[in-house]
Design a protein around this ligand. Structure first.
Ligand code: ADP
Length: 271
């Protein structure tokens, strides 16, 4: 971020010399700052559902002679605890991804199969919102990596596309070999869209354009941060094209298996 953090030590070295040790601590300081910010955000975000559950539990106790009110509060407790469960799961997932630079034991994965899995996971909710889910998947788009993580990343994009669109619209999931050495996964919606000045920020942890809408859809503000880390950890990247009122396309680019020198496992020894 342009700041230089240094640690310096001076030690006498013989009668007329001193040893000056200057260490660049910028990266360590930045990592520490990120960790501190993350913990502060996490405790803030956890307070909302935990506070909500405790207030609702009190309301249940107060309304014991009104079975309808008890049922209403109990349903809201269930919604808040589902959010809490998802939040904790995503916090654990993100802190695991932040700690690693690359996937430890990459396997050869079929990105098309990951996209099909991710789309299947969202079918029920798409039907509920009357959103048509369509796929266009090229066969043989393989990358080295972790299939569960890639599926989670695509699933987060499809979940958002549904959450930020109106009923009667269409969400498309496409997997193709974009150009030599690159596999593209794109998720397109005809939803709200995102203003240009927000497009960079949405990949930050806990950043939401519209907090009320995100909460109403059960969002945690971590989905896109997870997508970004998954793409980075696979040696790829994620980008967004969007126009408010017209919709958005999120694209994950991953190095294709036969061209990913960075995380390709070593070739087996020739007998
Ligand atoms: P959330 O859990 O709030 O959806 P994300 O990290 O997945 O968190 O997304 C961050 C924010 O980016 C969302 O709160 C929303 O404002 C915006 N966003 C993400 N995907 C879309 C989309 N497909 N269309 C419009 N806005 C989106």
């Amino acid at each position: 971020d342009g700041r230089l953090v240094v640690a310096a030590r001076v030690a006498p070295l013989g009668a007329d010399h001193v040893l000056l040790l200057v260490e660049d601590r910028s990266k360590a300081a930045r990592v520490e700052e990120i960790r501190r910010d993350f913990l502060a955000n996490v405790s803030h975000e956890l307070k909302t559902p935990v506070g909500g559950i405790s207030l609702l539990a009190e309301a249940v106790l107060d309304a014991h002679d009104d079975p309808e009110a008890v049922a209403r509060f109990a349903r809201r407790i269930s919604v808040e605890s589902d959010r809490l469960t998802r939040l904790v799961k995503e916090i654990v997932e993100l802190s695991r991804l932040q700690g690693a630079d690359v996937i430890k034991d990459p396997t050869l994965i079929d990105v098309g199969a990951c996209a099909r899995d991710a789309t299947d996971r969202s079918r029920l909710i798409a039907d509920e919102h009357r959103i048509e889910l369509v796929t266009a998947i090229d066969e043989g788009c393989e990358v080295w990596g972790d299939a569960e993580l890639v599926t989670t990343a695509i699933s987060n994009l499809v979940g958002n596309a549904i959450a930020y669109s109106d009923s009667g619209t269409r969400v498309g999931v496409m997997v193709r070999r974009a150009r030599q050495g690159v596999v593209d996964v794109s998720v397109t919606d005809q939803g709200l869209g995102i203003a240009p000045e927000e497009q960079e920020r949405i990949f930050e942890r806990f950043y939401r354009v519209d907090t009320a809408r995100s909460r109403a859809t059960g969002g945690t503000g971590l989905g896109l941060a997870i997508v970004k880390h998954v793409a980075d950890n696979h040696g790829g990247n994620v980008s967004v094209w969007s126009e408010p009122g017209r919709g958005s396309t999120f694209t994950i680019e991953l190095p294709a298996a036969n061209a990913s020198a960075a995380i390709e496992p070593p070739a087996p020894a020739v007998p």
